[in-house]
Ligand binder design. Sequence first.
Ligand SMILES: NC(=O)c1ccc[n+]([C@@H]2O[C@H](COP(=O)([O-])OP(=O)(O)OC[C@H]3O[C@@H](n4cnc5c(N)ncnc54)[C@H](OP(=O)(O)O)[C@@H]3O)[C@@H](O)[C@H]2O)c1
Length: 274
Amino acid sequence: MEHRKLAFIGAGNMSRSLIAGLIKSGYPADLILAANPSRPKLDALAADFGIRTTQDNLEAAGWAQALVLAVKPQMMAAMLAELVQAGTDFKGKLLISIAAGVSVARLEQMAGGHDNLIRTMPNTPSLLGLGMTGLYAKSHVSQVDRDYCGQMMAAVGKILWVAEEDGINQVIAAAGSAPAYFFLFMEAMAAEAEKQGFSAEEARLLVQQSALGAAQMVAANPGLTLAELRAQVTSKGGTTAEAIRRFQEGGLEQLVAEAMAAAVARARELETQL
Ligand SMILES: NC(=O)c1ccc[n+]([C@@H]2O[C@H](COP(=O)([O-])OP(=O)(O)OC[C@H]3O[C@@H](n4cnc5c(N)ncnc54)[C@H](OP(=O)(O)O)[C@@H]3O)[C@@H](O)[C@H]2O)c1
């Protein structure tokens, strides 16, 4: 991947994961700078990855060719206002937001009209290098910048570009919020397994390993549809068929559709609030 001077404004969990992924993929440590108000996270990043650090966002913004805006969404306006008011020249720089719920239009406004900007939406498993990130940029953003940002996010998982910004809200419904759907399903399964006599630890192991194995089977068989994979493990008249029949009679598919539509609606609503 192309190596630019890359600064992270905000050195929290997501920045740490991205930095770890980048270093692992061979990105030069001296081209990465993390900025954060307090020292401890910076010191840990410097010790673990040998990157540059600063407590001064202005220094980071001045130095970098690409900036990852990695503060909490509610901090974004104040953080960018400080840079703009201090006269930071964003010309020629690429801004990459990882903040949930802050639209490109709002980011441009916050960045004093600078519009070389990519909005990304990673999810929590990025912290383990197993993330799923949606990316969106307006059409004027160059392919070189898109490739750079895409490769950066690919250091912590898989990526998917969306053509319209609202696609980010659909990414939230299908990936950003999705780990919690699976946790809920696993929670329900583990609770029943416990009722049927397993210890909490045993129930968790059974459910966890089955979920992991199922996801790996999906990944390992790109030629099979999800329905085909399911059919392969569902013998007619067997135990799986019986359980699936109950799920379907209970309206599982419809419920999932409604839940995801609700997530999209909420994401759209939140976007209007920041
Ligand atoms: N974690 C995820 O799974 C995930 C998923 C999708 C999107 N995101 C997005 O990623 C962004 C960061 O999330 P996170 O989980 O990494 O949060 P986090 O761990 O709380 O990190 C945010 C960091 O920003 C620092 N900060 C606060 N004000 C700042 C300022 N003015 N200038 C520079 N740094 C400042 C904080 O420092 P102090 O702690 O020292 O105050 C903290 O280290 C958020 O916008 C979130 O929406 C996260």
